[in-house]
Design a protein around this ligand. Structure first.
Ligand code: ATP
Ligand code: MG
Length: 244
C-alpha cells in the first residue's frame, strides 16, 4: 500500500524506504539491515542525493574491471535483494557475472526468500544455496565467512554492495578484486575495496549496467577518488552553510 504522495518533497527517499520495509515484511531484510539503510540515508543526504562526479568515475572503472574479469561474482544480501533485484539480474546478464546469496544475519528462511525474489526477477543459477558446495573464507567470524566454492571462493572479481568492513578485508586477503557500493566514503569497506562507488545502489546499479555496454579504460586510484567524494560532501556542506 503506497501512502506517499508523489508531491512530497522527500518522496524518492521515502519510496526507497518503503521498498526496504516491504522487503523486511516479506522476510528478505534483517532488522539490522533497516538500520544499515539509515546510515546510508544520512550519507546520501550529505552527498546531495545524486550521483556525484567521483561516483561516475568509479562506475566507469568498475565497468572496465567487470568486463575484463574471468570469473566475476555479485554477492547479494537482503537489502540489495529488497532494493534492486531486477537490476542485479540485469547486471549479472550484462557482465556474465554469477550471483551468490551471502548473508551476515543468515537464516534458512531469509536465504529462501531472497532466492525466490531473485528467481522471480529472472535470475539463472543462484550460488550460495547448496551446503555441499560451501567453504570458509579465513579471518572472519561471522556467517559471511561461508562462501560457495563455485561462486565467491573461486571468483577473481567480487561485487559486494553494502558490505561490512571485515568481510571486505577477508575477500582482499583471499586475493579478490573487490568492487563495492557504499554511501559512506569513510567506512572500512570503502577504504579497503579496489573500487568504491560512493552512491546509492538504487541510482548507481542502473548506471553501471549502462557503462558495461561500452566499457572504457580510465586511470583510477580508489583512495584519491574517496578523497574527492569527501571533498564533494564538504562542498555541499559549504554551500548549505553559506545559504543559511
Ligand atoms: P564498515 O564495516 O565498512 O566500516 P559500517 O560498519 O559503518 O561500515 P555497515 O553496517 O557494516 O557499516 O555497512 C553498511 C554500509 O552500507 C554503510 O556504510 C551504509 O552507508 C551503506 N549503505 C546503506 N544503504 C545503502 C544504499 N542504499 N546504497 C549504498 N550504500 C548504502
Ligand atoms: Mg560494519
Amino acid at each position: 500500500m503506497n501512502q506517499i504522495p508523489s508531491s512530497h518533497p522527500r518522496a524518492k527517499s521515502l519510496y526507497i524506504r518503503e521498498r526496504l520495509v516491504n522487503a523486511f515484511d516479506g522476510g528478505l531484510v534483517a532488522k539490522e539491515g533497516l538500520m544499515a539503510h539509515g546510515r546510508g540515508e544520512a550519507f546520501d543526504s550529505l552527498m546531495g542525493e545524486r550521483t556525484s562526479k567521483s561516483a561516475k568515475k568509479a562506475i566507469l572503472a568498475a565497468a572496465f574491471m567487470l568486463k575484463n574479469a574471468q570469473n566475476p561474482v555479485i554477492s547479494v544480501n537482503g537489502n540489495i535483494a529488497g532494493l534492486c533485484p531486477r537490476e542485479i539480474v540485469l547486471l549479472a546478464k550484462q557482465t556474465g557475472a554469477k550471483i551468490e546469496i551471502n548473508l551476515f544475519y543468515a537464516t534458512t528462511a531469509r536465504r529462501r526468500n531472497i532466492y525466490k525474489t531473485l528467481k522471480k526477477n529472472g535470475a539463472g543459477l543462484v550460488y550460495g544455496m547448496n551446503k555441499k558446495n560451501s567453504t570458509k573464507l579465513s579471518g572472519l567470524d561471522s556467517a559471511r565467512r561461508i562462501v560457495d566454492k563455485l561462486g565467491i571462493f573461486s571468483a577473481d572479481v567480487v561485487i559486494v554492495p553494502l558490505e561490512d568492513g571485515d568481510r571486505t578485508l577477508a575477500l582482499k586477503k583471499a586475493g579478490k578484486k573487490v568492487i563495492t557500493f557504499d554511501l559512506n566514503p569513510m567506512s572500512r569497506t570503502a577504504e579497503t575495496a579496489d573500487i568504491t562507488i560512493v552512491d546509492n545502489v538504487v541510482r548507481a546499479i542502473p548506471l553501471l549496467i549502462k557503462s558495461c555496454k561500452s566499457p572504457k579504460k580510465i586511470s583510477f586510484d580508489n583512495s584519491k577518488n574517496l578523497s574527492l567524494a569527501i571533498r564533494e560532501i564538504k562542498q555541499n556542506l559549504s554551500k548549505r552553510a553559506s545559504n543559511a
